[in-house]
Design a protein around this ligand. Structure first.
Ligand code: ADP
Length: 741
């Protein structure tokens, strides 16, 4: 057959070649008539019918190809292929045959390729440590370039910080899969996780090593451990203690965490605190007096989910030694419905003690201040009575045509006494303002007539100080406003008196301007301007301070306490206003302020009555109720000077009787009198008479102001009596009664 045409030598070479070779007929069923050893080993031995059909080769589909691929029993094969060229050869030649995959498993080459491309680092080593193969990843992991081959190194072991481990681990690898951590790396220390798998390749005992860089993971774990250690230190070291408390859905409360600090606060040992989770043992430690508050605030925090805060006392250990603690916590509802509070407790015993001390000192200081005020107020009142006598007597002496030298002396006495009176009034007012007792008492008043009265009242003083006092008032200020007459008058008096005091042979101008007027409100601007000594810029703020004067020596020259402007400013503030000052040394000063006043809507009484100005009242018969003879004598003299007549009684009871018997125009009623005081008498009189009653009292105005209004007095004059002030009040009271009659 054709077999004979093949040279015997070639036959032998082909037969012994490791590559597979076979020949098949070119006609169906394409019988395989020649095979070499390699073919038999791989394919032939399991081929039942030696035909191309049996091998699954469809010759027609390969006719123009030189390469042929086919699968047989799960393995893939590749052959070079030659078909019959002419009639001289009528067989198919399959040569250079090789297995591509065996039984579905990768070939050795494929395996190496796979390993090379793998994401993990692989090294194949012999049991003695010699490296046969390392993949790309392994090369870069150990710090080699792709060209350097790791297997140039006799063994990989030297790369590890402990070479013995490598050897030991190779032994392990032979037995079974193991994991070990080793430190490796050319430059950096890496932490690697190593897997060793024994692998038999072509009957060679090898070990497949895989390396995983777990340095980051280990660092992270270390970091985590450090952070939790840090947190633990923090919770242990912070002053006070931290805790976590849980309220579960069944309403059970317990501590889920308590730091060491809590043990310190509660006077317990760190061991005790670890088993301290029951809330009732914590509650047992709270002072019985504070328990209610602790429970209530906790319940409220749970209901409203608002942070909890409470100060309470807790028992230390088993003793009765209570310590103050401050507790604060923030509640949070967990997804399972439990409520948890994160909170802290801190010992505030020292702070509490300090607060108590502070409170005690504050109370002591308040008490001392009160004693001082009471003393000051008492002394001032005591001073008023003799001053009243001096002032009244001086006044009446002055009216008795004294001789020239006597007049000088009387003027000096008058100056001194008036100064003293101002001082005492200032001090009393100051006391009231300081104590917050001064209230603005509003009542209807005619704005223009108030201003006129003040100017009139000071016109003598202006003459005394050789100044002209001028008033410039806008039209339209004849309005009835609801304001505090006494305090507004006090402010204007203070400013004008100061202006006159610090001006010689000059001019003091008072301006009142209506800036804005709506139905029920009027904005009024007041200005007091003088051509006096002026105030230096650096002193302009200071003079409004308590007891401050530009020069202390001023008080001897000009008198005063340095309280006037401070009181003025405070009064204006109470009225919702601010005082302004413009001044130039040597040229004069200008004080101004603006007031917003409530305008009373009731129309003024008919012009006839308004025209009845107090000065037209020519003859009046007055009742004077005064128990003190000196005062009665002085007042009597004053009344006579006015050309009025009077009757004197010694107490309230007599006053009531007198009113019943006689027809008076007005009553001057002392407040402090034996048998029946001025309040009671007035109340009794008001029951049957509308006679105007004017209170005369040495008591500080503010203290009795409320009662004076309450008892229906028609006016009020403070002792020591200023004669012109008294006359003004009498006339106003009568006028008012006439108007409302
Ligand atoms: P005093 O009772 O001393 O008058 P005040 O508080 O009324 O207290 O005034 C404080 C100081 O302000 C005065 O001592 C004076 O130095 C200065 N002063 C007040 N008004 C004027 C003014 N019109 N012209 C110059 N100086 C003034």
């Amino acid at each position: 057959m054709q077999g004979n045409s093949i040279n015997n030598i070639f036959k032998k070479i082909i037969l012994e070649s490791s590559e597979m070779v076979f020949l098949a007929n070119d006609f169906y069923p394409y019988e395989i008539f020649y095979t070499n050893e390699s073919f038999e080993e791989n394919i032939g031995h399991s081929l039942k019918d030696k035909t191309l059909i049996q091998l699954g080769i469809d010759v027609n589909s390969f006719l123009f190809k030189e390469q042929i691929l086919f699968e047989f029993e799960g393995s893939k094969y590749e052959f070079s292929f030659e078909q019959p060229q002419d009639n001289s050869s009528n067989y198919y030649l399959f040569y250079k045959g090789k297995t591509i995959t065996t039984n579905g498993l990768p070939t050795q080459e494929e395996l190496l390729q796979l390993l090379n491309d793998a994401q993990e680092a692989y090294v194949v080593a012999k049991p003695d440590g010699e490296v046969c193969f390392s993949n790309k990843k392994a090369l870069s992991l150990f710090g080699f370039s792709q060209d350097e081959k790791l297997y140039h190194l006799r063994e990989t072991g030297f790369l590890f910080s402990d070479r013995n481990l490598w050897r030991e681990w190779l032994k392990l690898g032979k037995e079974q899969l193991k994991t070990a951590s080793l430190v490796s790396g050319k430059e950096n220390e890496l932490i690697l996780e190593i897997n060793a798998t024994p692998a038999d390749l072509d009957n060679n005992e090898l070990i497949l090593l895989s390396f995983k860089d777990i340095s980051d993971k280990v660092a992270l774990e270390k970091n985590l451990e450090e952070s939790s250690q840090f947190l633990k230190n923090l919770t242990d070291q912070v002053p006070g203690g931290l805790y976590q408390m849980v309220l579960d859905q069944e309403g059970k409360m317990s501590f889920s965490f308590l730091s060491k600090g809590i043990a310190t606060i509660l006077g317990m040992s760190p061991e005790e605190i670890t088993s301290f989770s029951d809330i009732s043992s914590a509650i047992a430690k709270v002072h019985p007096m504070d328990l209610g508050q602790v429970v209530m605030s906790s319940v409220s925090s749970a209901k409203t989910l608002q942070p909890w805060q409470c100060q309470f006392r807790v028992k230390r250990g088993d003793s009765e030694d209570y310590h103050w603690v401050l507790g604060a916590a923030r509640p949070e509802v967990l997804s399972n419905g439990d409520m948890v509070w994160y909170g802290y407790l801190t010992d505030i015993t020292a702070q509490k003690e300090f607060e108590t001390q502070l409170d005690d000192s504050r109370k002591a200081a308040e008490k001392a201040n009160q004693v001082k005020s009471e003393f000051l107020s008492m002394i001032s009142h005591e001073l008023r009575t003799p001053l009243n006598a001096i002032s009244g007597s001086t006044y009446s002496l002055m009216q008795d045509n004294p001789q020239h030298h006597q007049k000088d002396a009387l003027t000096t006495i008058n100056f001194a006494v008036e100064n003293l009176i101002t001082m005492i009034n200032d001090l009393l007012d100051f006391q009231k303002i300081e104590a917050g007792k001064l209230k603005i008492e509003k009542a209807p008043l005619l704005l223009d007539s108030l201003v006129n009265q003040i100017i009139q009242g000071l016109s003598f003083h202006a003459k005394d100080t050789k100044n002209t006092l001028a008033l410039e008032m806008d039209e339209g200020l004849d309005i009835l406003v609801n304001a505090d007459k006494t305090r507004l008058a006090q402010v204007l008096n203070n400013l004008i008196t100061n202006a006159l005091k610090f001006t010689r042979d000059g001019k003091v101008e008072v301006k009142v301007k209506l800036i804005d007027k709506m139905d029920s409100r009027a904005k009024v601007y007041f200005q007091v301007k003088d051509s006096g000594i002026g105030i230096a810029p650096e002193d302009q703020e200071r003079i409004f301070n308590d007891f401050d004067q530009v020069k202390p020596t001023f008080s001897t020259k000009y008198g005063g306490t340095g309280l006037g402007l401070s009181i003025t400013r405070k009064l204006l503030n109470l009225m919702g206003s601010e005082i302004h000052l413009k001044s130039k040394v040597g040229e004069g000063s200008e004080f101004s302020f603006e007031l917003e006043l409530d305008v009373m809507n009731q129309p003024l009484s008919d012009p006839g009555k308004v025209g009845l100005i107090p000065s037209t009242i020519s003859s009046l018969h007055l009742l004077l109720a005064e128990d003190n003879d000196v005062n009665a004598l002085v007042l009597g003299k004053i009344i006579k000077k006015w050309g009025y007549s009077f009757e004197r009684v010694h107490n309230g009871r007599e006053a009531v009787e007198a009113v019943k018997k006689t027809d008076f125009d007005c009553i001057l009623m002392d407040i402090q009198m034996p048998e029946m005081d001025g309040f009671e008498a007035t109340a009794a009189i008001k029951k049957f008479s509308d006679l105007p009653v004017i209170a005369l009292t040495a008591a500080a105005k503010l203290e009795i102001m409320d009662r004076i209004n309450e008892y229906g007095f028609d006016g009020f004059v403070a002792k020591p009596i200023d004669a012109s002030e008294l006359l003004k009040v009498i006339r106003e009271a009568i006028l008012e009664r006439n108007q409302s009659a």
